[in-house]
Design a protein around this ligand. Structure first.
Ligand code: BEZ
Ligand code: FE
Length: 288
């Protein structure tokens, strides 16, 4: 076939894809082609705009390395990450999920319950605690609880590893017989997602800010249950309604309570002000 025009080109490409042996791959690729072609027709894309798009995506790829994932930032800021999350998770009485983000480090250092994980991070002390249960409240002992968060300037340890002298504000715990976890660290601050690349340019062009409300990341695993990746957000943060990556859910907002000093929940005598936060997580039975 030859001489394709604005309308016949779509069917020609779909026909070429038709022999794809994997049915799911065929479905995804065909739908992608249909939507992309409709999009190009819809906006009447110009030569200059298509060249710009190719350059933008090229630079997005070039910005990626072992520490920086610009495509994840693009997916997050276009709401794709949270759309995929909404399609694949939720319901069944378990804790709601949200974006993983680019700052998780595989195999974080394991600490005993109650340990202080702040490392070289500065900030106001925070005592965090709670329980991990199934969706009807049965405690899950020995669940793996991974935690990571920013410092009070809004940076993760991996963004200033020299300054903080190694992994800080991140750890792995195992819940006790009652499914409890607890640790000391510092209260995290709101922070801008990295905006010195193509995604930052896009945000500026769309007159959007890059900020995320303050939060602590949790990733929780227990045999027989779906892995949970979520955050606990700081109630009252000014960016809760305008998170740059659309990740906030009401059920994930918790009160970080200020204390002037005195006896902390674990019995520690505090001579300086500190915060406490308590949050319980519910895991979903693994469907597989
Ligand atoms: C984060 O929460 O760490 C994060 C999520 C999405 C983009 C950038 C950072
Ligand atoms: Fe984060």
């Amino acid at each position: 076939m030859r001489n394709f025009n604005e309308t016949t080109i779509t069917d020609a490409v779909l026909e070429r894809i038709d022999n794809t042996p994997d049915p799911r791959l065929k479905q995804v690729c065909s739908s992608l082609v249909r939507h992309l072609h409709d999009f190009v027709r819809d906006v009447r894309l110009t030569d200059a705009e298509w060249a710009f798009a190719i350059d933008f995506l090229t630079r997005t790829g070039q910005k990626c390395d072992g520490n920086r994932q610009e495509f994840i930032l693009l997916s997050d800021t276009l709401g794709i990450s949270m759309l995929v999350d909404a399609i694949n998770h939720g319901g069944g009485g378990s804790t709601e999920t949200t974006v993983l983000g680019p700052f998780y480090v595989q195999g974080p250092p394991e600490y005993p319950l109650g340990a202080d994980i702040r490392g070289g991070m500065k900030g106001e002390p925070l005592y965090a605690s709670g329980r991990v249960t199934d969706s009807v409240g049965k405690p899950l002992a020995n669940a793996i609880v991974d935690v990571w968060h920013s410092d009070d300037d809004g940076y993760y340890d991996v963004q200033r590893i020299e300054d903080v002298g190694g992994l800080s504000g991140r750890a792995r715990f195992r819940t006790d017989a009652e499914g409890r976890y607890s640790f000391w660290s510092i209260k995290p601050a709101a922070y801008p997602i990295p905006y010195d690349g193509p995604v930052g340019e896009m945000l500026v062009a769309q007159k959007r800010h890059p900020w995320r409300p303050a939060h602590v990341h949790f990733m929780i695993e227990a045999p027989g249950y779906e892995k949970l990746a979520t955050h606990v957000f700081v109630n009252g943060d000014q960016y809760l309604d305008s998170d740059a990556v659309f990740g906030v859910k009401d059920s994930l907002i918790a009160n970080f309570i200020h204390h002037d000093g005195g006896k902390a929940p674990d019995g520690k005598a505090m001579t300086e002000p500190y915060y406490t936060v308590e949050y319980d997580f519910k895991l979903m039975p693994d469907a597989r």
